[in-house]
Write a protein that binds this ligand. Structure first.
Ligand SMILES: Nc1ncnc2c1ncn2[C@@H]1O[C@H](COP(=O)(O)OP(=O)(O)OP(=O)(O)O)[C@@H](O)[C@H]1O
Ligand SMILES: [Zn+2]
Length: 449
């Protein structure tokens, strides 16, 4: 049954890709037939006396063509513009679809990752049967379904110092729709060196931000943030959570700014930062400080003339993929299977779950747990030690031999907790890989989030 489902899913995916390719071929042939026709003395398909836009284009873009600010002139600019979207996730999806709808002639999409089920609540161009498919490809397929007359280029790679300049070179405007600091610096420096405006967005929890760097004499990212933040202060969507509409809104704003720059209309958001707060529906725009003459990349005498190692510069990876930290020695850890054995043997112990209460409500191990979030543990580890000792004493459990088992979602915070509590004479260990390991190695029906 499961194999049948998987086969069917793959079949749908395959046919969808085929369909997308056919659509692209059809669009190319249509374009060619218009060009061939207009080669002759008598234009066969263009009767609008304008020749800058085809009848199809006039029909399709009619509602924006009649905007005096945009008009035929602006539409022609859009059709000949080339926009690169880096990141095909929560920001990149809405940005891509509106750029395609508006008729940006060439749209590049960079993403090395594949669609996961947990992406679908906000990365709205991906679909259930495209789980496991390249995100860049998935965005291109969805955009092509909306507007097959455009040129979509997929770059299924991680943008890095080695490939950034050669990818960016072919575009006029770049959108930062990524989620990590190393890529932000990389994109900034690459855009300054290549002389391209960078439309930067971010979204986390209920808040979003938007600005345009390196445009019309405004500052670059480094002018404002010369030093990267300490890695431990940076939170991503997978740890902090995000309401899907928030990146949806910011991604739309990114498309809007790119369209304004491409069509040369309105006032771009350079040297200004827009802050959006969904909880009370407020938007504030604040003035940013200007370009810094001493900026190492965009200043008057830049010391940086080529890209550097951004992971080293930021002390953090250029992806937000789970990376198992190895903080504790093996003797301070147990596997999920070992914890299962401990449960089956009825061994008395204290289970400490260091996730947030809201996460406890999603799922928890089949044993009563003391729920103290890691940030509370960090604040006062000794108070927690006392609490655990009281709990052991009240249950008549011997303090030094009975295990205290710490668990979290992926086995990183649990190690931190064991480290913080390790001076306490408690027999304390964490579960390696946390609840993800429990779901993988012990209980395949246990939910993963
Ligand atoms: N250097 C990079 N090169 C290419 N793509 C990148 C780079 N850095 C980040 N990305 C992509 O940017 C996208 C950011 O989107 P978003 O944060 O919404 O998604 P996510 O990382 O899949 O989400 P989650 O944090 O829930 O797992 C991701 O698809 C990620 O693969
Ligand atoms: Zn600068």
């Amino acid at each position: 049954m499961a194999a049948d489902l998987e086969r069917l899913r793959q079949e749908i995916c395959r046919r969808e890709e085929e369909l997308s390719e056919l659509k692209q071929r059809l669009a190319d042939m249509e374009k060619k037939s218009v060009e061939d026709a207009s080669d002759g003395t008598e234009p066969k398909t263009i009767h609008n006396g304008n020749q800058k836009l085809t009848n199809d284009q006039i029909g399709r873009y009619s509602r924006q063509l009649i905007l005096p600010e945009l008009g035929v002139k602006g539409q022609v600019k859009l059709l000949s513009s080339k926009v690169l979207i880096v990141g095909a996730g929560g920001l990149g999806c809405p940005a891509a679809i509106y750029l395609a709808a508006a008729g940006v002639g060439k749209i590049g999409i960079v993403d090395y990752d594949e669609v996961e089920i947990s992406n679908l609540h906000r990365q709205i161009l991906h679909t259930e049967h495209r789980v496991g498919v390249s995100k860049a490809e998935s965005v291109a397929i969805s955009c092509r379904n909306l507007n097959s007359s455009l040129n979509f280029i997929t770059h299924k790679v991680q943008l890095s110092s080695d490939n950034a300049m050669s990818i960016i070179r072919d575009y006029d405007i770049v959108l930062d729709a990524t989620d990590n600091v190393a890529t932000r610096y990389l994109l900034n420096d690459a855009c300054v060196l290549a002389g391209k405006p960078l439309v930067s967005g971010s979204a986390l929890r209920f808040e979003g931000q938007l600005t345009v760097y390196n445009h019309k004499g405004g500052p670059c990212y480094r002018c404002l943030y010369p030093k990267p933040p300490p890695p431990e202060t940076v939170t991503n969507c997978s740890d902090g959570g995000v309401l899907g509409v928030v990146p949806g809104i910011i991604g739309c704003y990114q498309a809007l700014e790119a369209i304004k720059i491409a069509a040369d209309i309105g006032t771009p958001l350079n040297q200004r930062l827009m802050l959006f707060d969904a909880i009370d529906c407020t938007t504030r725009t604040i003035k940013l400080r200007g370009r810094q003459v001493l900026c190492p990349v965009c200043g008057d005498n830049p010391s940086m003339t080529q890209l550097i190692d951004y992971e080293q510069f930021c002390g953090a990876r250029a992806t937000d993929k789970d990376q198992e930290k190895k903080v504790l020695p093996a003797s301070s850890r147990m596997t999920a299977k070992e914890y299962q054995t401990l449960l089956e043997n009825g061994i008395e112990h204290v289970l400490l779950d260091v996730r947030l209460p809201v996460e406890m409500e999603i799922c928890h191990l089949p044993h009563p747990a003391l729920n103290i979030p890691i940030n509370t543990v960090k604040k006062d580890p000794s108070a927690l030690v006392e609490q655990i000792k009281r709990q052991l004493a009240s249950s008549g459990i011997p303090l030094d031999t009975s295990p205290v088992v710490v668990v979290c979602r992926r086995g990183n915070d649990s190690q931190l907790a064991v480290q913080l509590l390790h001076d306490s004479n408690l027999n304390i260990r964490d579960i390696r890989g946390g609840l993800h390991a429990w779901a993988r190695d012990v209980d395949s029906l246990f939910p993963v989030y």
